[in-house]
Design a protein around this ligand. Sequence first.
Ligand code: IMP
Length: 844
Amino acid sequence: MDQLPQEPVESAELDSMMLTIKSFLEHLEYSLGKDKYSASRYDIYNALAYAVRDRMVERWLDTQQAYYNSDQKRVYYISMEFLMGRTLENSLINLGLYDEFKEAMTLLGYNFETIVDDEQDAGLGNGGLGRLAACFLDSMATMSIPAYGYGIRYEYGIFRQKIIDGAQVERPDNWLRYRNPWEMDRQEHLHPVKFYGRVITTTNREGRTEHNWVDTEEVMAMAYDTPIPGFRNTTVNTMRLWSAKSSREFDLKFFNEGNYIRAVEKKMLSENISKVLYPADNVIEGKELRFKQEYFLASATVHDVIYRFKKMHTDLNLLPEKVAIQLNDTHPALAIPELMRVLIDLEGLEWEAAWKITTHTFAYTNHTILPEALEKWPIWFFEQILPRHLLIIYEINNRFLEEVRQKFPGDNGKLERMSLIEESWERKVRMAHLCIVGSHSVNGVAALHSEILKTDLFRDFFAMYPERFNNKTNGITQRRWLKKSNPLLSDLISEKLGEAWITELFELQQLVPLAEDHEFVARWQEVKKANKACLASYIARHNCIKVDVDSLFDCQVKRIHEYKRQLLNVLHIITLYNRIKEDPDIDMVPRTFIFSGKAAPSYFMAKLIINLINCVGNIVNNDLDVRDRLKVVFLANYGVSLAEKIFPASDLSEQISTAGTEASGTGNMKFALNGSLTIGTLDGANIEMMEEIGRENMFIFGLTTPEVHALRTRGYNPREFYQRNPALKKVIDMISGGAFSPGNPDQFKQIADNLLNQGDYYMLLADYDSYIACQDKVSELYRDKKAWARMSIINTARMGKFSSDRTIAEYAEEIWDVKTLAVEATEQHCLHEGACLDHKGHTP
Ligand code: IMP
């Protein structure tokens, strides 16, 4: 640990390096109380993380002060999920300190890669929605937008997935066990969040009706802040996550009852609110605890926004000029009635003024049209848990329906369809309707999806408020999904184009002519092969399967869901397997099929599909006739860090959802950015990718959205497709007959039954033919390695549009109306007057 640098280094660099080493050693000793004898691998990681965090703090404070001093409009991105993954390397890259820290750790005798690998993923999300929030934070900081991410600090993130005997088994994700060095707890930022109780309505002396929400139970929301550094600028934004703590009043009330153990139990129950992330993607679980989590986030955030606003302003009518709140799906929708409650009940505003402020402040992003994912909360939840909010929602609805009546007189169907209340056997609040009515902007996340919102799901609302509807096609941050995750390709690109692409992704267009440059093409191929070798070694270590690095790496990594059609991919694998069995000497392009993804723990069919993938793998991988031409691999515990290993190593990206079901997808973009070719349907953002990349550079197949509708309307009969196509019939018969589950022949009967007898809702059989034909074209092209590499380069080159920087620029201009604010780094950092530190933390 006490070695000195061997090679001569510039003195400024040496200074900085020595500072880094000192900072690391001091944190190990003073923050963690360890020395080289007692430090565990997590201590080493934590000390390093603290040293990195230190380098952000000054910019963080400068940024926050600049926001106050400039009094510019701020953006609040509220999301129940932030799927951040790891932070260490990303921070080092953004701060421009990567090489310095790596070298410092090497000098101390540590293996930097091993330390980096000891970081736990922050998995506070399920999939696309949560990762989008994380990409947006990176883009907003990089673009110097005054912005905050607000969410929940779940003690347990998305479960860890194990595969045991081919089946998914869930284990808790205790991600905070070895501490989280990136967060700072803010004991002073506590907001009481009320639940239960009743509302007393009175009329005051001026004749104004007043509502008093009384006899409530309170839970405190405590803030934990994480710095979000921009890429090589001076901006460091904040992600603030709320953690539930029992309130003192709560403690006193229950402890005074005299039953100590019961009081402690009650205390624990109240703190359960932020205990665990609900592990369901694109489906709601109508659980009371989830409802409470949503209100907990909404309420604490609204109070924080108002608190910050009031530090500088007294006139709440100015709120929309200073604050934009983006709702990431309907999950934080309770912020709308909560802001109304604050403005009316606590601040004394009239309804009309409060409503104007609220609707001009909020904007809503819809992420799905799947009916099972549209949130509706039973009225009785509101009656019991949020009685005041129910009154507010009723009042919003009354006024809104009156507006509908005036605009469309006599159209009772419309009133029923548009009401915020669903009048079913169990009355419910339709949260999407609340969001549309309570916001000034409603956006979908890809062009097709936004069209479907206007013409189908929300068509009545579009007729009412056409100006509210807009599209913001999703994007991904190239800082994480190329620069960090694929250093070999990044270096090659930067060597040719410079580094401008890191903040201006359209720069990648300059790669197009290089697709004709033999030397460049060869180097592109080498990089891909090296990345494949890396993944192959991961597969060997984790799955004990040896895969051929020259085989086509065919990847489908995403949540396991029927609409995403992992099963269609399996039908193709079995088709290829049958071709080999029928002709063992068939000339076939070797493929490695890589699957990864979690299923919601209660989603039976998705879990059965995981099982099937593993069982097919077992048979195919071990069949001597196959002679290693096909390998099927299921990588357990998909998450951000695993994704970062897979995208760079992929040849083919499977984006094969039924047309009209995937809102956008962002995995599709991450693959293409890393030079993977796409086989996909005309769904979600695939369509816009095709517009950029060119149809000739992708493998497009299957029914279009209108064709899916037309077939459904005509009456889709999957059996016709089954009877007509012997190869397909054979595949399905094998699944239902136990060919892949010899010990339990009926194990997968239900899968075949769903396809043949339950209507095959996602139309796998209708798309099978065109999928197989398209896959055959993929194999043909793969035989021509140069042509494949050329196409791969074109894919990467044309991904400019899909940077989340572009998406955020559109939100900023068209929805939020916020400006960027370049933060000036102060050389002298004043804590208090007369006590200044220089930028290295020394008193001058
Ligand atoms: P918050 O907005 O209360 O979360 O404060 C975050 C950071 O903003 C603080 O740590 C300060 O750096 C900065 N800040 C807070 N209040 C002021 C102010 O009145 N003027 C300038 N900066 C402030």
